[in-house]
Design a protein around this ligand. Structure first.
Ligand SMILES: Nc1nc2c(ncn2[C@@H]2O[C@H](COP(=O)(O)OP(=O)(O)OP(=O)(O)O)[C@@H](O)[C@H]2O)c(=O)[nH]1
Ligand SMILES: [Mg+2]
Length: 202
């Protein structure tokens, strides 16, 4: 298996199931709080600065965006973030339905990478999200983002707090990345490609 991302294309933008692309190769989705760096991580992994739109203010990604990697060897799905205070209650309910429908029903979805900010203890919503992923067997990979924001010797401690707060299993993997400094992506890319032949219920 090739572990380089040589090609990446956006293939669908969806708010409803009928807008999803037909099921094909395995899909790996990125979940996490608004502004945690999901879209930036996609750009880092693909080496394309402008593939996904990023923003300094939360609530940038509002749709489920499907990206084909290496002509559909696998797909990465960038999700809208949660915990964005400015949305109305009805908007946040719509968001929940849109996310649940994709996460629960998509048969080719094999893993959801949970992103958390390396500087902070995961929020209650992060914990809830990770519990949800555990329930559906989609957990196991966590990415601590913005690693450039803390010093090297704080990294292990920060990762320990994340592990404990999310109640991660010993075999669960945690990667630290910096999209700003472009570090940490290589082991993550390997982990994602190693999921390529997996089935959802394995
Ligand atoms: N210093 C630093 N900033 C980062 C890093 N990753 C992302 N950011 C910044 O964080 C902000 C949010 O990044 P996005 O990638 O848009 O975050 P998102 O999780 O996709 O947000 P939503 O689409 O709102 O859910 C932007 O200003 C990024 O430049 C990082 O590794 N280091
Ligand atoms: Mg985004």
């Amino acid at each position: 298996m090739d572990i380089k991302i040589k090609k990446s294309d956006i293939i669908a933008v969806a708010v409803r199931e009928d807008q999803y692309p037909p099921e094909g190769p395995v899909e790996i989705a990125f979940a996490g709080r608004s502004n945690v760096g999901k879209s930036s991580l996609l750009n880092l992994l693909t080496g394309r600065r402008k593939l996904a739109k990023i923003s300094g203010s939360p609530g940038k990604t509002r749709t489920i965006n499907f990206y084909s990697i290496n002509d559909d060897e696998l797909r990465i799905v960038d999700l809208p973030g949660y915990g964005y205070a400015k949305v109305s209650k009805s908007e946040s309910e719509k968001w929940g339905q849109m996310m649940e429908n994709y996460l629960i029903n998509r048969q080719t979805l094999v893993k959801v990478v949970q992103l958390v900010d390396i500087r902070h203890k995961p929020t209650n919503q992060d914990v809830q999200m990770y519990e949800f992923l555990k329930y559906y067997g989609l957990d196991g990979i966590v990415v601590a983002t913005k690693a450039d924001k803390i010093s090297r010797n704080q990294i292990q401690k920060a990762k320990k707090i994340i592990r404990e707060t999310l109640d991660m299993a010993p075999e669960d993997q945690i990667f630290q990345v910096s999209s700003l400094k472009k570090t940490g992506h290589e082991p993550l890319i390997e982990a994602l490609f190693s999921l390529c032949d997996k089935d959802r219920n394995e």
